[in-house]
Ligand binder design. Structure first.
Ligand code: DGT
Ligand code: CA
Ligand code: CA
Ligand code: ZN
Length: 597
């Protein structure tokens, strides 16, 4: 997301909070106006603040300009944080239900004492909200219906559930003789952490819908056919996922790939760009009048629009179109100015590949809650072609995970070293995944940590902490000189557990100061750091590790999801510590030891 969008959303949310808290309506309106201005502003706030124009912009008062500058300096606005802190998160969440605006949310909270969605659902059921002013039977029924709908929407599926299914169906459709190629697109191709439905494109110049239907009819995972047309076939899988298949002729293949990959927001940008060149872009091609000037390949579409091709994972309207334009124009100076963290000013985007990963630095064994021995995990890593692996079992507070007490850890370190001595061709690090306790201290004493080759520090308990406490906790752990990487820093679980919500820019800055790396935990339940957090780390120049946190041999394959998430955060090979060779990693560890001595 661009800074404009970030700040705009912050002002918008604050306006809501102010309204809920009963602030003067003039102030609320003024705050909303700033949000809209920033959202629509074609120039970046950084630029406006840099040139001093921010202070003279109509609609942005002195007070707001100061807040924007505070955000640019610190990554947050303290007055807003304080305001937001006064409203329970559940009350803010209510406003995501269509039909519940600021007024109703305030009423539910202040007059009926409701602070969570669950409570709202219960009170909608027992009819007790009818006493509230302005809440009739009809309005409450509408809210109830919308609430049920939004709960259904929340039933998106995890990336790790959808991706194997999509691959399987693409392969199946590929076997139809008249099909030239197949590919999945949509949010799945963009590597989002959750998937609403699977979109598959089939390239064919013949009428193949009946053959598609026939091959689907025999497939065990197809639960129900939803629609069968010549161009579009939809079905539902046994896991409740909807799959949309579209048949596309060769000349439109690239245009369809581009269009159906999205995101919608990215597509809107591209369409605008096309319009500005007097061209028309749709799923059939890029047209000058009636004449198609591109459409067979996706690269061709971007090229004809004056853009470098960019990976699908970046197509989220987070300044990637501007980046693509500057890359294509070889506008080195402009690119460096707009994206200072891209110091090499690339003219093509080198996409991070799974094959770039040279080791896994977070794995478990039977010593704690893993299912395999040290030797088995090491052998699996070697088969994957890895140059190194860190064995990182849980620390003593993780009682339910059979965490190791100091005595057991010492024995475990010896056992890892013994395996390391007996295996050729892979470097084995004796590590630990040490709990970050609620106050940010670690679960082992320093003299014990010093005996480890590799220390992952992760939060596992107290994951409902307030933002301030969570921030202080992670900042403290990041500053610990014996830690190498913060593991799954927020502890969230996708579509299941919110986890810590620290002030992430501050955590990233703490990591930068202390030279600690941040993990992208590749497990598809975690994906933690998430994409937006990865972007913060990339912009700050903090090294990242993509680790699977493998508890079994199969878990090693989750690396794919971590790499997709890394790409979504604009990470390239150089940003990822475990793309380095074993020798380079050793040097990084040694350098860290030297600075801290
Ligand atoms: P999902 O399925 O909710 O996880 O997200 P997507 O991104 O896969 O969205 P979906 O399945 O509704 O549509 C697939 C792609 O089609 C989407 O990423 C962009 C394109 N698309 C859909 N609707 C529109 C639209 O109204 N305008 C534009 N420009 N593109 C659209
Ligand atoms: Ca989709
Ligand atoms: Ca779809
Ligand atoms: Zn772990």
């Amino acid at each position: 997301m661009s800074t404009n969008t970030d700040i705009s959303q912050l002002f918008e949310q604050t306006a809501d909070v102010m309204a809920i808290l009963g602030a003067n309506s003039f102030r609320v309106l003024a705050t909303r106006k700033v949000a809209r201005l920033l959202h629509d502003c074609p120039r970046s706030v950084e630029e406006l603040a840099g040139s001093g124009e921010l202070d003279n912009m109509p609609g942005i008062g002195k007070h707001s300009a100061e807040k924007i500058r505070e955000y640019l300096r610190t990554g947050h606005i303290s007055e807003f944080q304080e305001l937001v802190g006064q409203v329970p998160p559940g009350v803010l969440a209510m406003m995501n239900i269509s039909g519940v605006g600021v007024k109703s949310a305030a009423l539910f909270w202040r007059e009926a004492g409701i602070t969570t969605i669950e409570e709202l659902r219960r009170r909608l059921d027992d009819g007790s909200l009818l006493n509230l002013p302005g809440m009739g039977t009809k309005k409450l029924a509408k809210i109830k219906e919308n609430l049920a709908f939004s709960a259904a929407q929340a039933s998106r599926q995890r990336l790790g559930e959808a991706l194997p299914i999509a691959r399987e169906f693409c392969q199946l459709l590929q076997t139809i003789p008249a099909v030239r190629q197949t590919a999945f697109c949509g949010s799945l191709r963009r590597g989002r952490e959750t998937i609403g439905d699977i979109d598959i494109l089939v390239c064919s110049d013949a009428a193949v819908h009946q053959q598609i239907q026939a091959s689907l009819a025999r497939h065990r995972q197809v639960a129900a056919m939803l629609a069968v047309g010549e161009k579009k076939i939809s079905f539902r899988t046994d896991r409740g996922l909807q799959v949309d298949i579209r048949v596309v002729p060769t000349p439109s293949w690239g245009a369809a790939m581009q269009y159906f990959t999205g995101s919608k927001e990215h597509n809107v940008r591209l369409r605008e760009l096309a319009a500005s060149k007097n061209l028309k872009l749709n799923e059939w091609g890029l047209f000058a009048g009636e004449k198609a000037i591109a459409g067979e390949t996706e690269e061709g579409i971007y090229e004809a629009l004056g853009l470098a091709w960019i990976p699908p994972e970046m197509r989220e309207d987070r300044s990637e179109v501007e980046l693509a334009r500057l890359m294509r124009d070889h506008a080195t100076a402009e690119l460096k100015a707009a994206f200072p963290f891209l110091a090499d000013a690339p003219s093509t985007w080198q996409t991070l590949q799974v094959g770039d990963i040279r080791g896994d630095l977070h794995t478990h064994t039977v010593a704690s809650d893993g299912t395999r021995t040290i030797a088995e995990m090491v052998a699996a890593a070697k088969r994957l072609g890895y140059e190194y692996i860190a064995i990182t079992d849980h620390s003593k507070s993780q009682i339910q995970a059979n965490g190791l007490n100091p005595q057991r850890l010492l024995e475990h370190i010896a056992a890892v070293h013994a395996v390391a001595r007996n295996v050729q061709g892979i470097h084995v690090l004796a590590g630990a995944e040490v709990d970050i306790l609620a106050d940010g201290t670690l679960d082992y004493e320093d003299d014990l940590l010093q005996k480890l080759d590799w220390v992952v520090a992760s939060p596992h308990a107290a994951l409902t902490q307030e933002t301030d406490a969570a921030t202080a906790r992670l900042v403290r752990a990041a500053a610990h000189p014996l830690v190498h990487v913060l593991g799954h820093p927020t502890g969230r679980l996708v579509a299941k557990r919110r986890g810590l919500e620290p002030d992430m820019p501050r955590v990233v800055m703490a990591a930068l100061r202390s030279g600690v790396a941040l993990e992208i935990n590749a497990n598809d339940w975690r994906l933690d750091l998430r994409d937006t957090h990865v972007r913060l780390a990339v912009e700050a120049g903090v090294p990242l590790c993509i680790n699977t946190d493998a508890h079994s041999l199969e878990d090693f394959t989750q690396m794919d999801y971590g790499v997709l998430t890394a790409r979504r955060g604009w990470a390239r090979k150089a940003n990822i510590l475990n793309t380095r060779s074993g020798a380079e990693l050793e040097r990084w560890i040694q350098a860290r030891r030297n600075t801290n001595e």
